[in-house]
Structure formats: structure tokens, C-alpha cells
Design a protein. Structure first.
Length: 256
């Protein structure tokens, strides 16, 4: 059964003619007669499942939107990119190259995913972040702000990468690790995450050649954190945290 047809409304994008689509039947939250976004050819949008291109979003080239996925709010999917399995591309985000976004993943708010990157599971790339190279972002990981993931890095678990952080090389970041500021992480040894001492875990890494500390409630310098530990924590926790600071300093010095 045909789910949509081309209308006479066309636009030119990168030398290609794109056609606005119109729904021929009702499905998901799309009603028969609703106008969708723009696609170049019918290979860009599957006729099975509940996938749809909304408003002024665009899909062109050899890109494909499949399997209940949505592209909307001026987002673009092009080149050989694939969006599948309930993925969402939103809010002026761009997915291109041979990137694949699938299994409930979200790319939004002017973020860009390209190269051979994979974003899957419940992972989110947002806020102008960039994911490229042969990277993989999975699990419940979140990439935000102006962070950039490249090389062959993998980000998973509950990891959160933010600020101007750059994750590259073969770095493998997972668990509840949080990395921000101006960090440059090339290898897994460039940071250390400790769980168990505090409820949310603590990550130590360098930013502008200074050791900083991240968790859900704190981001700041090692010096500032140590001062707070001495002033505000109980004796038993204080000893553990001071030992962690010493461990982080030793680890990051050895792997500088």
C-alpha cells in the first residue's frame, strides 16, 4: 500500500530537486492528507512501518529513513546515511556520510553525525555536538554542548560528554563517566572514574593541563575539590576522597 505521494511543491538543495510529500493514509500521528517534509526520491523514505519526514525536514541523496523513525524540525539526512529502528533526527540536526542512527537513538539541536559513525540504543547527540570517524555512541550515553567524538572512540553506558571536550583515538568511555571542559581524551588511560565512594561516581581528567573533577553535581578544579573535601566532609569519607585525589594525580601523571 502506498503511504505517501509527491506534491507539486519542490525545492532545490545541493543541486538536487526535492519533493514535498503528502500522506495517503493515516498512521502513527500522521493523518491522511497531511503534508510532510521533502525527499528526493522514494528510496529516501520507506513505505513500510511508521517512519515519516515532517515539516521542512529534508532527506536526499542515497539516504534512507526506515522502521518507525522520524526526521523533523528542519533536520537533514543525506549522502548514504541510514536512520532506522525508531531513531529520531530533530531540530536542524544533520546526519550524512555513511552514518547510521538506529535503535531509539536521537540526534538533535544542530548536532552533526557523519563519516562512518554509529549512534544506537538510547544514546543522544545534541547541542551542536559532532560525532564522526568510525566512532560508536551507544547505551544511554549523551554527547552535548560543543563536544566532538572522532577517530575510533566508543562512548557508552551512562557516559556524558559535554563542554568543549574532544574524545578521539581509541578511547573507550562508558559506565557513569562524565568528561567536560576542554578535555582531550585520546586513550582510556587519559581519565579515571571511581564508583562506590560517592553515589554518582567521580571522574578525574585533564582540561587545559589542569586536573578537573566531574560528577552529576560538581565540575571544577582538583584544588577547589580538595578544599571542599577538607572543609565539608566527615573523617571517614574525607580519608577516602583524599586518597582518590592522590590516586588520580598519580595516574594522570604516569599517563601524561
Amino acid at each position: 500500500m502506498k503511504l505517501y505521494e509527491f506534491t507539486d511543491d519542490t525545492i532545490e538543495v545541493a543541486g538536487r530537486t526535492l519533493h514535498r510529500i503528502k500522506a495517503l493514509t493515516s498512521f502513527a500521528n500522521v493523518q491522511k492528507g497531511d503534508l510532510g517534509g521533502y525527499i528526493e526520491s522514494k528510496k529516501n523514505l520507506a513505505t513500510a512501518g511508521n517512519c515519516w519526514v515532517y515539516d521542512n525536514a529534508k532527506v536526499y541523496g542515497n539516504a534512507m529513513v526506515l522502521g518507525n523513525s522520524v526526521v523533523c524540525n528542519n533536520a537533514e539526512v543525506f549522502d548514504y546515511a541510514i536512520v532506522d529502528m525508531n531513531a529520531r533526527i530533530l531540530d536542524e540536526a544533520k546526519v550524512c556520510g555513511r552514518a547510521i542512527i538506529y535503535r531509539n537513538a536521537t540526534v538533535s539541536i544542530m548536532a552533526k553525525v557523519y563519516g562512518y559513525a554509529r549512534v544506537k540504543d538510547e544514546a543522544t547527540v545534541t547541542d551542536k555536538a559532532i560525532v564522526t570517524g568510525k566512532t560508536c555512541v551507544y547505551g544511554n550515553a549523551r554527547i552535548g554542548d560543543n563536544a566532538k567524538i572522532e577517530g575510533e572512540a566508543t562512548i557508552g553506558g551512562e557516559a556524558y560528554i559535554f563542554g568543549n571536550a574532544q574524545i578521539t583515538g581509541t578511547a573507550n568511555i562508558k559506565s557513569i563517566t562524565q568528561i567536560g571542559g576542554n578535555a582531550i581524551i585520546r586513550y582510556t588511560t587519559d581519565y579515571i572514574t571511581i564508583q562506590g565512594v560517592t553515589k554518582d561516581g567521580i571522574t578525574f581528567h585533564k582540561s587545559n593541563d589542569e586536573i578537573v573533577i566531574c560528577n552529576k553535581h560538581y565540575f571544577g578544579s582538583l584544588e577547589s575539590f580538595e578544599k571542599q573535601v577538607l572543609e565539608k566532609t566527615r573523617d571517614n569519607i574525607q580519608k577516602e576522597l583524599l586518597l582518590l585525589i592522590e590516586l588520580a594525580e598519580c595516574h594522570l601523571a604516569n599517563h601524561n
